[in-house]
Design a protein around this ligand. Structure first.
Ligand code: G6P
Length: 377
């Protein structure tokens, strides 16, 4: 087993470092920036079905559910199609409404999660086509799905999902751009511009790994004795805050919560004191008025935390000065468009959770009470 870790101390660390490769392999053969062409032959939906679809229903569990939330943002933004995201374990019990022009989308690393399979059965019974985004080619989920996108992350051993998650987001980006092209909801130039960025995304991820690893290792020493940690994000960054919190609680057993930054004043502000580390996703994605506005809102949320003595760790993009001057600690990642930032932001959050868990002497690859694949409901 030691050999399979390739010299890394844990499978989780190896898998964190495999992410640029996992994302590259998930995009490979499917996108071409030069031609502007996107290909998803495994999808098996007709052009008409895509053009006339009225809604997408996503169901998944755990980390894959967070990918679903990112997917909702991407699809609604790029395709202007309404998307609902459910925990698979909740989907069937709320007697979900399904209509003939809905498309079901199940997201799963293993393709064997019982709740996700049950949600798929519910969708099939509701007579809507189901698609899967799955890391295992011949899993129960993909066998029953009408169409599939395989995330080519390779086998994931660490119980806490890492490379499967960023590969799922890469698959969702491809799907969103593909639908946007079919439905002509984005100018081709805008599609191509994201494709160009996607082609260099693995390089940017390598850069994020290189620059953030030493910072996260240092921060882990400072914060490993925390009893609670808050993770804040707005918009597309909110699911990444949820994922950062989940990673930390899974492997370090520290209570952590992800919250939408704007909701702080409706409750969590009461928790803030000088013992509470607050991880803020404060990445600026451009200089257009919309990006500046979102960034300024995040800045004011950070000020709310620092004014109450909270200890902020901010994730920022290269060249940021405004956030850095406000907070105790920053972790820098490369600049990118909004749609790609979730993947880059995930890298330091995984590393932070990893180093804190190691600092605490936890069993990183096999956390207590958890299983890699939950095949019971
Ligand atoms: C388990 C794992 C998680 C995973 C979840 C969903 O809880 O520990 O890491 O996110 O199942 O698994 P799936 O294989 O469906 O993505």
């Amino acid at each position: 087993i030691q050999a399979e870790k390739n010299g890394y101390a844990h499978f989780m660390l190896k898998e964190i470092y495999e992410q640029p490769r996992a994302v590259r392999d998930t995009l490979r053969g499917r996108i071409s920036a030069a031609s502007g062409h996107i290909e998803l032959p495994g999808l098996d939906l007709s052009h008409d079905e895509i053009v006339h679809a009225e809604r997408i229903l996503i169901a998944s569990c755990g980390t894959s559910w967070h990918a679903g939330l990112v997917g909702k943002f991407l699809l609604e933004r790029m395709v202007r199609i309404p998307v609902e995201v459910d925990y698979a374990s909740e989907f069937r019990y709320r007697r979900p409404i399904m209509r003939s022009r809905d498309i079901g989308l199940l997201i799963s690393q293993s393709g064997e999660t019982a709740d996700t399979l049950a949600a798929q059965l519910e969708m099939i019974a509701g007579d809507i086509p189901t698609l899967s985004i799955c890391n295992v080619v011949d899993a129960a989920l993909t066998r029953k799905a009408r169409g599939s996108i395989t995330t080519n992350a390779g086998p994931e051993i660490g119980v806490a999902s890492t490379k499967a998650f960023t590969a799922q987001i890469a698959a969702l980006l491809t799907l969103s751009l593909y639908f946007a092209q079919c439905r002509k909801t984005m100018p081709q130039e805008a599609v191509q511009s994201i494709l160009r960025e996607l082609e260099v995304l693995p390089k940017a991820m390598e850069e994020a790994l290189r620059t953030s690893a030493p910072v996260c290792a240092r921060l882990a020493k400072i914060f490993s004795n925390a009893t609670d940690v808050l993770f804040l994000g707005r918009g597309i960054h909110y699911p990444i805050a949820l994922e950062g919190a989940l990673k930390l609680k899974e492997i370090s057993y520290i209570h952590a919560e992800g919250y939408p930054a704007g909701e702080m004043k409706h409750g969590p502000n009461a928790l803030i004191d000088e013992t509470l580390p607050v991880v803020c996703l404060a990445t600026k994605d451009g200089d257009d008025p919309d990006s500046v506005l979102k960034y300024e809102k995040t800045l004011s949320n950070i000020q709310e935390v620092t004014a109450r003595g909270g200890r902020v760790i901010a994730i920022v993009v290269e060249g940021d000065t405004a956030v850095s001057s406000l907070v105790e600690h920053t972790i820098t990642i490369p600049r990118a468009s909004e749609a790609l930032l979730p993947i880059l932001e995930t890298v330091p959050l995984q590393l932070l959770a990893y180093f804190i868990a190691v600092e605490k002497g936890c069993d990183v690859d096999q956390p207590r009470n958890l299983a890699k694949s939950v095949t019971v409901e």
